[in-house]
Design a protein around this ligand. Structure first.
Ligand SMILES: *Cc1c(COP(=O)(O)O)cnc(C)c1O
Length: 332
């Protein structure tokens, strides 16, 4: 299975490292826990969107676009990485920010990712929570056209069948690393939001005939909604790469028990997990995605969900820039 026939540009530092976390593993007393360092993809402090953008931005260039139009929450890591990629490729970037978190602090509204979006010169427009962004992005695209530009719309999280190729590729990379290091991973765990990461990973694993189970830990939607979203995108992606039927509904597992009061709202278990990993492993996780996923994984290790597993791997999707936006809401 080759991805080389799809347009791609190099944006990420790859392969990302696969590292053991001995102190966390010992502390939890369960399986040996590894971390796949997609927080270190390199572009503008890194994160999982960079792998997707290698394929998505290549499409934008094929379309001869000069302006990227995309959407995200105020502290969107996707928007930050897209804005940086646009700069690197000499494209303009129109950003639609959803005011998704209610009663934000001033720090949330100004620091972290949104500060970097401005640094990268993105043109930011703000919209109320629940806006129909498919429509709103088309409207902005029309404005760009009216001004003589050529827009390319990147969906939220770059989660379409093109962006998901980045995580098909990541699954192949991970399997190669396990092979080289003589490691059998009994489980792969990732945060799941706009679904492209989990969808791409499962397609990559199944297409490579790996039976490594994949668990997504949700940060936004309820379990049924999230699993359906991942499944739909996984099927579309499998089709796109000529692997139709490779993913079955049972391969898609999301646990959405660690969201707390909602997207972007801190939970105590996230706060504890962020501190634990900082102090045991010197690693930074974020309050919105990787921190909540980590809190879920820690709870599941402690409660015996991974019983019988020798090794598990957590995909670190990045996002630590958002820590600064939450500095006055986290207990250290
Ligand atoms: C976007 C994001 C995710 C979720 O990935 P999806 O592909 O949207 O499901 C996880 N972690 C971080 C840090 C992210 O920015």
């Amino acid at each position: 299975m080759l991805l080389s026939r799809f347009p791609r540009i190099s944006l990420a530092h790859l392969p990302t490292a696969l590292e053991h976390m001995p102190r966390l593993s010992k502390h939890l007393g369960g399986p040996e826990i590894y971390v796949k360092r997609d927080d270190c993809t390199g572009l503008a402090t890194g994160g999982n969107k960079t792998r997707k953008l290698e394929f998505v931005m290549a499409e934008a260039l094929e379309h001869k676009s000069d302006t990227i139009v995309t959407v995200g929450a105020v502290q969107s890591n996707h928007v930050r990485q897209t804005a940086a990629a646009a700069c690197k490729l000499g494209l303009r970037c129109e950003v639609l920010l959803e005011l998704r978190v209610e009663n934000p602090t001033q720090t949330y509204s100004e620091s972290g990712n949104v500060f970097l979006d401005k640094l990268f010169g993105a043109n930011i427009r703000e919209y109320p929570a629940g806006t129909d962004f498919d429509k709103a992005m088309l409207k902005v695209a029309d404005e760009v056209k009216a001004g003589g530009g050529s827009p390319y719309i990147v969906p939220g999280g770059a989660s379409d069948r093109v962006g998901a190729l980045g995580y098909v590729n990541c699954a192949m990379e991970l399997l190669g690393q396990c092979n080289e290091q003589g490691l059998i991973m009994d489980h792969l765990v990732t945060a799941t939001g706009s679904a492209g990461t989990q969808a791409g990973l499962i397609v990559g694993l199944k297409a490579m005939r790996s039976d490594m189970p994949l668990l997504g830990i949700g940060v936004n939607a309820p379990k049924d909604t999230q699993e359906q979203r991942v499944y739909d995108l996984a099927c579309e992606t499998a089709d796109y790469i000529g692997q139709k039927g490779v993913v079955s509904r049972d391969d898609i597992v999301a646990n959405c028990d660690y969201i707390g009061d909602g997207y972007g709202i801190p939970t105590k278990s996230m706060n504890d997990a962020v501190l634990l990993l900082a102090r045991l492993e010197g690693l930074l996780f974020d309050p919105v995605y990787s921190g909540k996923a980590l809190a879920g994984m820690i709870d599941l290790v402690t409660s015996g969900y991974f019983e019988g597993a020798k090794n598990i791997v957590f995909l670190h999707t990045g996002g630590s820039v958002a820590l600064f936006a939450y500095a006055d809401q986290l207990n250290t």
